[in-house]
Design a protein around this ligand. Structure first.
Ligand SMILES: [Zn+2]
Length: 265
């Protein structure tokens, strides 16, 4: 499954008069739902444990949390383990979050991927997989590229990662990505700190109209950095819960497994 390089068409139903016929023949998501929404949270932040996960649990929704090994606080490991046991997904976000220095400009970051090569990066991803297995007991994990970049020493390591079979999928590309969904280069949409719940809900509604997939990326939620407010996050979750009849919310591994097994390719 993880080796599959299947490409699939998403949101291809906007073909005028053929739209209704196409949808009636092949619903893209389970139970006739109009859209898939994935809530992803990066960097293993305290606000994920303190705010995001309790909010998700209250709404009955599951998220995907991309963990950076060097950011893990030992005392919080039981909390991550418990989150995984409840159905939230833990994903690989490398051990050291190395990405190009250019992403940190003007601040100087000592630990950048400029000093890596592809082999080093894949070795680090393999080590992070092992750390995750120690936490959640799962043998396979998905991956999110640090800073949305997949350069090591200036060379794209995505082809080598794809060939390695180390990860189930890669969340990587900037939004909106292309019309063809590549499970090893999944686009993600980010919102800035001024985003309201209405802004995020509008993105969900737009996705529902096109029958597509919306992967939302969060860092801090009501705390930490690059945060959205807890209120905006709660408003989004309330909307998703209220519209669960038409919007499918699931961890990214679940959605990718479904998409690749229903691609028809
Ligand atoms: Zn990150």
């Amino acid at each position: 499954m993880r080796m599959r390089s299947t490409l699939l068409l998403i949101g291809s139903f906007l073909l005028g008069m053929t739209m209704m016929a196409a949808q009636s023949q092949a619903e893209p998501w389970p139970d006739g739902k109009q859209a898939a929404v994935v809530l992803t949270y990066d960097d293993a932040l305290s606000s994920h444990l303190n705010i995001a996960i309790p909010a998700l649990d209250a709404a009955g929704l599951k998220g995907t949390f991309f963990v950076v090994g060097s950011q893990l606080v030992p005392e919080q490991i039981p909390l991550w383990r418990a989150a995984a046991a409840q159905g939230h997904e833990l994903g690989n976000h490398t051990v050291r979050h190395a990405c190009p220095q250019a992403n940190y400009a003007p601040a100087r970051k000592l630990d950048t991927s400029d000093s890596y090569d592809g082999e080093m990066m894949l070795a680090e991803i393999r080590t992070m997989n092992t750390m995750l297995t120690a936490i959640d007991g799962k043998l396979q994990h998905g991956f999110a590229t640090p800073c949305g970049q997949h350069l090591a020493g200036g060379v794209d390591y995505l082809p080598a990662l794809r060939a390695s079979g180390l990860v189930r999928y890669t969340r990587s590309a900037a939004w909106p990505g292309g019309k063809v969904l590549d499970p090893m280069d999944v686009p993600c949409r980010w919102f800035d700190e001024t985003a309201t719940g209405a802004d995020m809900i509008a993105a969900v509604e737009s996705t529902a109209q096109s029958g597509g997939l919306l992967v939302i990326g969060f860092h801090g939620v009501g705390g930490d950095y690059l945060r959205v407010t807890a209120e905006a996050h709660a408003q989004l979750l309330a909307y998703l819960k209220e519209h669960s009849d038409k919007i499918w919310v699931a961890p990214l591994s679940t959605v990718m497994d479904y998409a690749t097994s229903h691609s028809g390719n």
